[in-house]
Design a protein around this ligand. Structure first.
Ligand SMILES: Nc1ncnc2c1ncn2[C@@H]1O[C@H](COP(=O)(O)OP(=O)(O)OP(=O)(O)O)[C@@H](O)[C@H]1O
Ligand SMILES: [Mg+2]
Length: 351
């Protein structure tokens, strides 16, 4: 059990969609464990899906964030801005049980909802990282760890599985997500800039530079200075590749390019990867490496739209006519079969 951040430095690659699907499927297959989603994105897209889909979820999000002390991530961050260096232990009061709002999700799924206020708070969070005490940077970067611990305490558990949805930009709240995460899931899509985005992830989080002597990211340097762990790469997920590329050859070329970037990091720093499942041999050949770390989640077309619009996890969605935003649409069994097994396989590989 661990905290998984779903992040890529690029927008629209499926971070929120995968957070929604993975958390729901993980909760379904682990019914005796509470499962937490922390939505650290001001757009709050995964919260919207979890809370019943784009429309219904939006209304609930508005309700939760309009309470006197927003029952969202922003409520907690406000507490921390007020008390940056002394843990107020208020985290669990911001928890939402997802099933209270969406009957299509498992009972054991909980959420700290995202909130657009995060964007407004960002400058004050950053201001708290310096000056303050000498280790102000470190303390602020453990706020989300504190939040998770507060929740574990009320659950009376020390070990839980947490999924953290992130904003694409490497802002202060994305840094907080990276510091809280044990493991990183990197979704990517097949459009031209995907390779650059994956390179950016490797540079920003792992200090991988393209030329010897080039400046490393401040996040990486500070994490080292303050001995704050950074997440290990758990997998990279080609998401929705078929949406952009019709030919299998073009698809393969993009995956190979991105695989090359990640393979190069593996060769220099295998310690930044998380070998899984438990007991698995450390890969020695490229093929074994790919088998361990590379996944694919195809586009499920209308089924995906229905799943995210109505907040019904893809694995729980059935074929047939559905109503989305007043329109009748058809979900085909073949669409479901294109994506359900891949989400299930990815979740089976999450410890
Ligand atoms: N595998 C998929 N099949 C079909 N549609 C998908 C899939 N993954 C994501 N989508 C859709 O693609 C769009 C972008 O996905 P999503 O919002 O999850 O991306 P993101 O990386 O979270 O974006 P942002 O950077 O804005 O937070 C959404 O409409 C989502 O429903
Ligand atoms: Mg998103």
């Amino acid at each position: 059990m661990a905290t998984y951040a779903i992040w890529n430095n690029k927008g629209g690659v499926g971070k929120s969609y995968l957070t929604f699907q993975l958390a729901c499927e993980y909760a379904r297959t682990h019914p005796h464990e509470p499962v937490l989603v922390v939505d650290l994105c001001p757009q709050a897209n995964s919260s919207g899906m979890l809370l019943g889909g784009i429309e219904a979820g939006e209304r609930i999000l508005d309700d939760l964030s309009s309470q006197t002390s927003s029952k969202t991530i922003a409520g907690y961050i406000e507490d921390r801005i007020r008390s940056p260096y002394v843990n107020p232990h208020t985290g669990s009061s911001y928890l939402t049980k997802v099933k209270d709002y969406n009957h299509d999700v498992p009972d054991n799924l909980y959420l700290i909802t995202g909130d657009e206020q995060l964007e407004i708070q960002a400058s004050r969070v950053l201001a708290a990282t310096a000056p303050g005490p000498t280790d102000a940077w470190r303390i602020v970067h453990t706020w989300i760890n504190d939040l998770i611990e507060d929740i574990q305490q009320v659950w009376n558990k020390t070990d839980t599985t947490v999924f953290v949805d992130c904003n694409p930009s490497f802002t202060i709240y994305t840094e907080l997500a990276m510091s809280a995460a044990d493991r990183l899931v990197i979704p990517f899509s097949a459009d031209g800039s995907s390779r650059r985005a994956v390179r950016a992830v490797l540079a920003l989080v792992y200090g991988v530079t393209r030329q010897a002597g080039a400046q490393q990211s401040q996040f990486f340097l500070n994490s080292q200075q303050y001995r704050l762990p950074i997440p290990q790469i758990y997998c990279y997920v080609g998401n929705r590749m078929t949406q952009y590329l019709s030919s299998a050859k073009a698809f393969k070329a993009v995956v190979t390019e991105i695989g090359n970037e990640i393979w190069a990091v593996w060769q220099n720093s295998p310690n930044v990867f998380h070998i899984h499942p438990p007991g698995a041999q450390t890969p020695s050949r490229r093929r074994d490496f790919v088998n361990m770390f590379q996944y694919e989640v195809p586009d499920a077309n209308t089924a995906s739209v229905v799943s995210s619009s109505l907040g019904i996890p893809i694995v729980a969605l059935t074929a047939g006519q559905k109503t989305v935003a007043g329109r009748t649409v058809m979900v085909n069994q073949s669409q479901l079969e294109r994506q359900q097994p891949n989400i299930q396989e990815l979740v089976r590989n999450i410890e």
